[in-house]
Design a protein around this ligand. Structure first.
Ligand SMILES: [Zn+2]
Ligand SMILES: [Zn+2]
Length: 226
């Protein structure tokens, strides 16, 4: 179920977002406008719509990136990999435990079995990489899951935060491998690293900015709660 699709451009980056499935996960297509190289982040399903969007952009997908491996974020991964065999499957080594628990998660949520394709790039070993001319830095931000990461495009003031940070909220920590202490440390890390004018592209829900979250998000209002 594709809920909606939207897009925006800033400088030489173009972002197309699909909001997918009963979990309403945000799947992002990040396109380098200079080179037409692209990455898909968290392919949650609706692969025909995704591949159509990729075709419409005239983009060549070099990477399939995962902020973490919960089933809502990987549901379309296998089918998308079949459609785009050259896109490198990238997630963090510490997320392997979540990848391995995928069959259990599918049973728990009563959905047909899905699988993460084989890892081709370990974000622990290769945290900095480029999508065409776009430089990407991986920030390890555990808490929601052990190997959760954010993808930070500093030059474009964009950060994809997965299920770490949402507009007005943060990711839950009660799943297997979750940790409230780690989540707190990860929030502190992004508070330190990301400037206020960073646009936040979360794994669910609306876009926001660091400035807005510092003002309106209980979990980031460190001045008041410490
Ligand atoms: Zn998640
Ligand atoms: Zn999620």
């Amino acid at each position: 179920m594709l809920h909606f699709k939207d897009s925006f451009e800033t400088g030489d980056i173009r972002v197309v977002r699909h909001c997918i499935g009963s979990f309403g996960v945000n799947t992002y297509l990040i396109v380098c406008r200079k080179t037409k190289k692209a990455a898909v982040v968290d392919p949650g399903g609706e692969v025909p719509a995704l591949t159509e969007a990729i075709r419409a952009e005239g983009a060549e997908v070099t990477h399939m990136l995962f902020t973490h491996a919960h089933i809502d974020h990987i549901y379309g991964a296998e089918a998308l990999k079949a459609a785009l065999p050259d896109a490198r499957v990238a997630y963090h080594a510490r997320e392997q435990i979540v990848v391995d628990s995928t069959p259990d998660m599918c049973r728990m949520f009563g959905v047909p079995l899905c699988r993460m394709p084989a890892q081709e790039m370990d974000l622990e070993k290769e945290p900095e990489f480029s999508i065409g001319a776009l430089q990407v830095r991986t920030l390890l931000t555990p808490g929601h899951t052990p190997g959760s990461v954010c993808f930070y495009l500093a030059e474009h003031k964009i950060c994809l935060t997965g299920d770490l940070l949402f507009k007005g909220s943060v990711g839950r920590t009660d799943f297997e491998g979750g940790s409230g202490t780690d989540l707190r440390a990860s929030l502190d890390r992004i508070l330190e690293v990301l400037p206020d004018d960073t646009k936040i592209l979360p794994g669910h829900g609306k876009y926001t900015t660091m400035a807005e979250e510092k003002k309106g998000n209980f979990y980031l209002r460190v001045d008041r709660w410490r």
